[in-house]
Design a binder for this molecule. Structure first.
Ligand SMILES: [Zn+2]
Length: 335
């Protein structure tokens, strides 16, 4: 009979399964038989220097490389470790360990533009992110957000006002590039231009004729208003935006799941904010649990306490996974 599965939450999440140590998105390089990197967001790639085998998709490795992070992928993935589409950004995956433990990584159930939603699987133990695990985080359909933003752009364009669409550089900015690709001209911030190019190289059909903003500025095209710029919400975005406002009278529009909070717009210092997320909203988190139908649920990130408490009111065996906790999960169903 196999040894019981232990789940430990120090340095990310570590699972002892069938005599192997498997680290899930660790906080730093360590020693494991397998280290799983769920996707190419910087906070999930801190374990890339770990000894042992590194599991990630080819897309994650390529996106990481474009951001200056080297991932030496394992040559083979064992049959009992399956990477499952998580619908968060290009190349993102969850990990199914045996048929027992399913770690979601960051995930989104709904499809948006070229991104397909996560594919839930039945499992005994579900370890899930709960970023938006609070009742008030309910998102409108993507189509509704698109319609409202297109109306706003049409109004601003009719008055010759440039628009800056803001989202994080890897993931959101590419979705924005696709959702609003019918407008012209569209310029891309340098960091986004590079990631869009990586997406195109990986087979995503984004417009390849979009110029970088710096290039357009050199050619003095920005004086010909209106235009759209897709810019990052991170990395000094406030200063960039202040400059664009002063010079061109540009209006800023940010996209985030956090925009459900009325104060988000003011905290970010933007003119408009719309809800568009690469994570599940509260209802989709519950839908994920329903579809996976697990015996045990551990919540991580965001509103982990609140969401686990809510799941318990629905009759699930759920609890948050906090640092330095160890749990013994069920014995594997097959021996
Ligand atoms: Zn992420």
């Amino acid at each position: 009979m196999k040894a019981p599965i232990t789940i430990t939450s120090s340095n990310g999440i570590t699972i002892d399964y069938d005599d192997r140590k498997i680290s899930l998105d660790p906080d730093r390089a360590g020693k494991s038989d397998y280290t799983f990197i769920s996707h190419a967001h910087i906070d999930h790639m801190k374990g890339v220097g770990s000894t042992g085998n590194i599991l990630a998709t080819k897309e994650t490795a390529l996106l990481a490389a474009r951001r200056g992070v080297t991932i030496n992928l394992a040559e083979q993935t064992p049959d009992d470790l399956k990477m499952i589409e998580s619908g968060h950004i290009l190349g993102s995956r969850g990990l199914l360990i045996g048929d027992d433990v399913y770690y979601t990584g960051d995930f989104a159930l709904k499809s948006r533009s070229f991104m397909h939603g996560c594919q839930p699987v039945k499992c005994g133990t579900l370890i899930m992110e709960s970023t938006f695990g609070k009742r008030n985080y309910v998102f409108p359909p993507v189509e509704e957000t698109m319609r409202r933003v297109n109306e706003l752009i049409a109004d601003l364009f009719s008055r010759g006002i440039p628009v800056v669409l803001m989202g994080y550089t890897l993931g959101k900015a590419q979705i924005l590039s696709d959702l609003f690709s019918s407008w012209d001209p569209i310029y891309l911030h340098k960091s986004i231009f590079e990631i869009n190019q990586a997406y195109i190289d990986l087979g995503i059909k984004l417009r390849s004729d979009l110029q970088s903003f710096d290039e357009a500025a050199k050619k003095r095209q920005l004086e010909r208003k209106p235009w759209i710029l897709i810019a990052p919400t991170n990395g000094g975005s406030r200063q960039i935006m202040a400059g664009l406002k002063q010079k061109y009278g540009a209006v800023s529009v940010a996209f985030s799941g956090w925009s459900v909070e009325p104060r988000y717009k003011y905290m970010r210092g933007v003119d408009h904010a719309f809800t568009l997320s690469d994570h599940c909203d509260f209802n989709d988190l519950i839908e994920m649990v329903r579809q996976c139908d697990p015996h045990k649920i551990y919540t991580v990130h965001g509103f982990a306490d609140e969401f686990a408490a809510h799941l318990r009111t629905l009759g699930y065996n759920a609890r948050p996974l906090k640092s330095d906790q160890t749990f013994l999960s069920e014995y594997p169903s097959a021996d």
